[in-house]
Design a protein around this ligand. Structure first.
Ligand code: 3NM
Length: 202
């Protein structure tokens, strides 16, 4: 089962690997059980190096997902891979990571979610629920009503993403999401903010 809070550590927000690792430690200190590592700009070598540092500091207690790259998920000893609409398909990612690891897929509307529902993906991410500044060229906002329609269309676990904050996260779970994925709202006081999210989402 996915935890209700799905923090994403985006390398774009950190000037050094040390800062990225310190931030991740704070997330874990606050109670995060899962982290997705996202690095859209780094070389494969840089991504693998940071990912291995994350694996070491997290130990086996924290579930680690790799954004986009099924190969680097395996090389870094991560627990799953999260693919987008332009990455490997869930079926192709599954061939790489095999059973026993998680495969998640990003979707941005009902049609994509229905398509993802037919795949072997373990969960479907849907977004942006609200306006976001953490993604280049975001798709149109799905909103809570869009999320409710997607909830009705799939039994797979749903991870909602995009513009989710302490103030609106409860409404996202109430609209049917199993988990909320968050980037920017965790950047200030990460440990305390994780604690606050978890308390609200309980
Ligand atoms: N994917 P924040 S929105 C990485 O719509 C990402 O699939 C999205 O960051 C999607 O919590 C998004 O700062 C950014 O809004 C989420």
């Amino acid at each position: 089962m996915l935890p209700s809070l799905y923090p994403i550590v985006d390398a774009a927000n950190f000037s050094t690997s040390l800062k990225l690792c310190e931030f991740s430690k704070e997330l874990i200190a606050g109670g995060a059980m899962l982290i997705q590592y996202r690095n859209k700009k780094g070389s494969a070598r840089e991504i693998l190096s940071q990912a291995r540092q994350l694996r070491t500091l997290c130990g086996d207690q924290t579930t680690l997902f790799m954004n986009d790259r099924a190969d680097l998920c395996l090389s870094a000893g991560f627990d799953g891979v999260h693919v987008g609409q332009d990455d490997l398909s869930p079926a192709a990612a599954r061939i790489v990571v095999k059973e026993g690891k998680w495969v998640g897929v990003s979707t941005h509307n009902l049609q994509q979610a229905l398509e993802a529902d037919t795949t072997s993906a373990d969960y479907i991410a849907i977004g942006p629920i609200f306006a976001t500044e953490s993604k280049e060229h975001p798709d149109p906002v799905v909103g809570l009503d869009g999320l409710k329609k997607i909830r009705a269309a799939t039994r797979k676990p749903l991870v909602a993403i995009g513009g989710i904050t302490l103030a609106n996260c409860r409404s996202v779970i109430d609209a049917g999401a199993d988990s909320v994925a968050v980037i920017s709202a965790l950047l200030t006081s990460p440990a305390k903010t994780v604690e606050d999210f978890i308390r609200i989402l309980m």
